[in-house]
Write a protein that binds this ligand. Structure first.
Ligand SMILES: [Zn+2]
Length: 243
Protein backbone atom coordinates (compact mmCIF):
# COMPACT_ATOMS: atom_id res chain seq x y z
CA UNK A 1 0.00 0.00 0.00
CA UNK A 2 2.71 2.46 1.01
CA UNK A 3 4.72 2.00 -2.17
CA UNK A 4 1.71 2.57 -4.44
CA UNK A 5 0.05 5.93 -3.89
CA UNK A 6 -1.49 6.20 -7.35
CA UNK A 7 -5.03 5.57 -6.03
CA UNK A 8 -4.79 8.89 -4.15
CA UNK A 9 -3.81 10.80 -7.29
CA UNK A 10 -7.28 10.33 -8.78
CA UNK A 11 -7.98 13.50 -6.79
CA UNK A 12 -6.07 16.27 -8.50
CA UNK A 13 -5.38 18.29 -5.34
CA UNK A 14 -3.79 15.26 -3.68
CA UNK A 15 -1.89 14.67 -6.93
CA UNK A 16 -0.12 18.01 -6.32
CA UNK A 17 1.56 16.56 -3.21
CA UNK A 18 4.81 14.62 -3.24
CA UNK A 19 5.14 10.99 -2.14
CA UNK A 20 6.29 11.73 1.42
CA UNK A 21 3.27 13.93 2.16
CA UNK A 22 0.87 11.52 0.45
CA UNK A 23 2.30 8.61 2.44
CA UNK A 24 1.58 10.52 5.66
CA UNK A 25 -2.02 11.19 4.57
CA UNK A 26 -2.73 7.74 3.10
CA UNK A 27 -3.60 5.86 6.34
CA UNK A 28 -6.37 8.42 7.02
CA UNK A 29 -7.94 8.37 3.54
CA UNK A 30 -10.63 5.80 2.95
CA UNK A 31 -11.91 5.12 -0.59
CA UNK A 32 -15.73 5.12 -0.78
CA UNK A 33 -18.37 5.07 -3.53
CA UNK A 34 -20.92 7.86 -3.34
CA UNK A 35 -24.39 7.41 -4.81
CA UNK A 36 -26.61 10.05 -6.36
CA UNK A 37 -28.15 12.28 -3.65
CA UNK A 38 -26.00 10.92 -0.80
CA UNK A 39 -25.61 13.74 1.71
CA UNK A 40 -22.12 14.75 2.83
CA UNK A 41 -23.03 17.80 4.95
CA UNK A 42 -26.34 18.93 6.39
CA UNK A 43 -27.06 22.58 6.95
CA UNK A 44 -25.85 23.77 10.38
CA UNK A 45 -24.71 20.26 11.34
CA UNK A 46 -21.17 19.20 12.34
CA UNK A 47 -18.79 18.34 9.49
CA UNK A 48 -17.43 14.94 10.47
CA UNK A 49 -15.25 14.30 7.43
CA UNK A 50 -13.33 16.00 4.66
CA UNK A 51 -13.94 14.58 1.18
CA UNK A 52 -11.66 14.35 -1.85
CA UNK A 53 -13.72 13.49 -4.97
CA UNK A 54 -12.14 10.93 -7.27
CA UNK A 55 -14.86 10.45 -9.87
CA UNK A 56 -17.93 11.79 -8.08
CA UNK A 57 -19.23 15.38 -8.31
CA UNK A 58 -20.57 17.15 -5.22
CA UNK A 59 -22.93 20.10 -5.11
CA UNK A 60 -22.80 22.75 -2.38
CA UNK A 61 -26.18 24.39 -1.73
CA UNK A 62 -27.24 27.51 0.09
CA UNK A 63 -30.60 26.91 1.74
CA UNK A 64 -33.01 29.84 1.39
CA UNK A 65 -34.27 30.99 4.77
CA UNK A 66 -38.01 30.64 5.11
CA UNK A 67 -38.37 28.90 1.74
CA UNK A 68 -38.39 25.27 0.81
CA UNK A 69 -35.75 25.76 -1.83
CA UNK A 70 -32.00 25.95 -2.25
CA UNK A 71 -29.52 27.23 -4.80
CA UNK A 72 -26.24 25.70 -5.80
CA UNK A 73 -23.25 27.85 -4.83
CA UNK A 74 -20.42 25.56 -5.96
CA UNK A 75 -19.66 22.33 -7.78
CA UNK A 76 -16.80 20.16 -6.50
CA UNK A 77 -15.13 17.37 -8.46
CA UNK A 78 -11.69 15.80 -8.63
CA UNK A 79 -10.15 19.28 -9.05
CA UNK A 80 -11.15 20.11 -5.50
CA UNK A 81 -12.23 18.93 -2.07
CA UNK A 82 -15.02 19.36 0.44
CA UNK A 83 -13.83 20.62 3.81
CA UNK A 84 -12.59 24.17 3.25
CA UNK A 85 -14.93 25.35 6.02
CA UNK A 86 -13.33 22.81 8.40
CA UNK A 87 -9.86 23.93 7.34
CA UNK A 88 -10.83 27.55 8.07
CA UNK A 89 -11.95 26.65 11.59
CA UNK A 90 -15.71 26.21 11.24
CA UNK A 91 -17.40 23.33 13.02
CA UNK A 92 -20.84 23.27 11.42
CA UNK A 93 -21.63 23.43 7.72
CA UNK A 94 -23.21 26.68 6.49
CA UNK A 95 -25.15 24.82 3.78
CA UNK A 96 -26.02 21.41 2.47
CA UNK A 97 -23.70 19.29 0.31
CA UNK A 98 -24.80 16.24 -1.61
CA UNK A 99 -23.66 13.96 -4.42
CA UNK A 100 -24.70 15.26 -7.83
CA UNK A 101 -22.91 12.63 -9.94
CA UNK A 102 -22.15 9.28 -8.36
CA UNK A 103 -18.59 8.00 -8.22
CA UNK A 104 -15.55 7.46 -6.04
CA UNK A 105 -14.22 9.72 -3.29
CA UNK A 106 -11.64 9.60 -0.51
CA UNK A 107 -12.98 10.29 2.96
CA UNK A 108 -10.81 11.68 5.74
CA UNK A 109 -12.11 12.09 9.33
CA UNK A 110 -12.19 15.74 10.40
CA UNK A 111 -9.67 15.35 13.25
CA UNK A 112 -7.12 13.56 11.04
CA UNK A 113 -7.66 16.17 8.32
CA UNK A 114 -7.02 19.08 10.71
CA UNK A 115 -3.96 17.37 12.19
CA UNK A 116 -2.53 16.73 8.71
CA UNK A 117 -3.10 20.38 7.75
CA UNK A 118 -1.07 21.38 10.84
CA UNK A 119 1.71 18.86 10.42
CA UNK A 120 2.13 18.98 6.64
CA UNK A 121 2.79 22.56 5.42
CA UNK A 122 2.67 21.47 1.76
CA UNK A 123 -0.84 20.07 2.32
CA UNK A 124 -1.92 23.30 4.04
CA UNK A 125 -0.59 25.38 1.11
CA UNK A 126 -2.61 23.34 -1.40
CA UNK A 127 -5.71 23.77 0.78
CA UNK A 128 -5.13 27.54 1.01
CA UNK A 129 -4.82 27.89 -2.74
CA UNK A 130 -7.88 25.72 -3.28
CA UNK A 131 -9.85 27.83 -0.78
CA UNK A 132 -9.05 30.86 -2.92
CA UNK A 133 -10.16 29.17 -6.17
CA UNK A 134 -13.38 28.02 -4.48
CA UNK A 135 -14.01 31.57 -3.23
CA UNK A 136 -13.67 32.85 -6.80
CA UNK A 137 -16.11 30.17 -7.99
CA UNK A 138 -18.68 31.13 -5.36
CA UNK A 139 -18.29 34.91 -5.85
CA UNK A 140 -18.37 34.69 -9.64
CA UNK A 141 -21.36 32.35 -9.49
CA UNK A 142 -23.28 34.75 -7.23
CA UNK A 143 -22.62 37.66 -9.60
CA UNK A 144 -23.51 35.47 -12.58
CA UNK A 145 -26.86 34.44 -11.11
CA UNK A 146 -27.70 38.11 -10.65
CA UNK A 147 -26.74 39.53 -14.04
CA UNK A 148 -26.48 36.90 -16.77
CA UNK A 149 -29.21 35.42 -18.94
CA UNK A 150 -30.71 32.06 -18.05
CA UNK A 151 -29.42 30.41 -21.24
CA UNK A 152 -25.83 31.58 -20.59
CA UNK A 153 -25.97 30.38 -16.99
CA UNK A 154 -27.42 27.08 -18.05
CA UNK A 155 -24.52 26.65 -20.53
CA UNK A 156 -22.00 27.57 -17.80
CA UNK A 157 -23.42 25.02 -15.40
CA UNK A 158 -23.43 22.29 -18.05
CA UNK A 159 -19.77 23.05 -18.91
CA UNK A 160 -18.79 22.93 -15.23
CA UNK A 161 -20.41 19.53 -14.85
CA UNK A 162 -19.03 18.27 -18.19
CA UNK A 163 -15.52 19.15 -16.94
CA UNK A 164 -16.01 16.91 -13.93
CA UNK A 165 -17.56 13.77 -15.39
CA UNK A 166 -15.94 11.11 -17.57
CA UNK A 167 -17.40 11.21 -21.09
CA UNK A 168 -20.00 13.54 -22.62
CA UNK A 169 -23.25 12.38 -21.01
CA UNK A 170 -24.68 12.57 -17.52
CA UNK A 171 -28.02 12.19 -15.77
CA UNK A 172 -29.92 15.35 -15.00
CA UNK A 173 -33.62 15.92 -14.43
CA UNK A 174 -35.23 19.28 -15.22
CA UNK A 175 -36.25 19.60 -11.61
CA UNK A 176 -32.64 19.10 -10.55
CA UNK A 177 -31.26 21.58 -13.11
CA UNK A 178 -33.82 24.15 -11.93
CA UNK A 179 -32.65 23.63 -8.35
CA UNK A 180 -28.99 24.01 -9.40
CA UNK A 181 -29.75 27.30 -11.13
CA UNK A 182 -32.26 28.58 -8.57
CA UNK A 183 -34.93 29.08 -11.24
CA UNK A 184 -38.41 27.85 -12.00
CA UNK A 185 -38.61 24.68 -14.08
CA UNK A 186 -40.36 26.44 -16.96
CA UNK A 187 -37.51 28.94 -17.36
CA UNK A 188 -34.86 26.22 -17.21
CA UNK A 189 -36.83 24.13 -19.70
CA UNK A 190 -36.86 26.98 -22.14
CA UNK A 191 -33.12 27.65 -21.77
CA UNK A 192 -32.22 23.97 -22.18
CA UNK A 193 -34.57 23.81 -25.18
CA UNK A 194 -32.74 26.69 -26.84
CA UNK A 195 -29.37 25.03 -26.30
CA UNK A 196 -30.78 21.85 -27.78
CA UNK A 197 -32.26 23.63 -30.81
CA UNK A 198 -28.87 25.22 -31.43
CA UNK A 199 -27.45 21.69 -31.62
CA UNK A 200 -25.22 22.06 -28.55
CA UNK A 201 -26.77 19.43 -26.30
CA UNK A 202 -29.18 16.53 -26.50
CA UNK A 203 -31.60 16.54 -23.61
CA UNK A 204 -34.21 13.89 -22.92
CA UNK A 205 -35.72 12.06 -19.99
CA UNK A 206 -33.30 13.21 -17.35
CA UNK A 207 -30.27 12.63 -19.52
CA UNK A 208 -27.94 15.28 -20.99
CA UNK A 209 -25.37 14.77 -23.69
CA UNK A 210 -22.95 17.50 -24.72
CA UNK A 211 -22.61 17.29 -28.51
CA UNK A 212 -20.92 20.60 -29.36
CA UNK A 213 -18.54 21.58 -26.59
CA UNK A 214 -16.99 24.64 -28.36
CA UNK A 215 -20.50 25.84 -29.19
CA UNK A 216 -21.56 25.43 -25.57
CA UNK A 217 -18.52 27.46 -24.49
CA UNK A 218 -19.59 30.24 -26.85
CA UNK A 219 -23.14 30.10 -25.47
CA UNK A 220 -21.93 30.48 -21.86
CA UNK A 221 -21.17 33.83 -20.23
CA UNK A 222 -17.56 34.81 -19.45
CA UNK A 223 -17.98 33.56 -15.87
CA UNK A 224 -17.17 30.03 -16.99
CA UNK A 225 -13.71 31.07 -18.23
CA UNK A 226 -12.99 33.14 -15.09
CA UNK A 227 -13.70 30.17 -12.81
CA UNK A 228 -12.00 27.66 -15.10
CA UNK A 229 -8.81 29.75 -15.23
CA UNK A 230 -8.58 29.87 -11.42
CA UNK A 231 -8.58 26.08 -11.22
CA UNK A 232 -6.16 25.80 -14.13
CA UNK A 233 -3.73 28.05 -12.24
CA UNK A 234 -4.17 26.05 -9.05
CA UNK A 235 -3.60 22.73 -10.79
CA UNK A 236 -0.83 24.14 -12.94
CA UNK A 237 -1.63 22.40 -16.18
CA UNK A 238 -4.30 24.40 -17.96
CA UNK A 239 -7.08 21.95 -17.20
CA UNK A 240 -9.67 22.60 -14.51
CA UNK A 241 -10.71 18.97 -14.25
CA UNK A 242 -10.29 15.71 -16.00
CA UNK A 243 -11.10 15.95 -19.68
ZN1 LIG B 1 -22.18 34.56 -15.87
Amino acid sequence: MKSDLSWLRANRLLALLDDAVLAALAPHLQPVMLELRDTQYEELQPMRDAWFPAGCVLSMLAVQAGADSSVEVATIGAEGMLGVALFLGAEVSPGRVFTQVQGGALRMPADAFLRAAQEQPAFARVLQRYAHALMVQIAQGAACNRVHAMEQRCARWLLQTHDRVPGDAFDLTQEFLAQMLGERRAAVNQAAGQLQQAGLIRYSRGHIEVIDRPGLERAACGCYAVIHDQYARLLGDGRAAQE
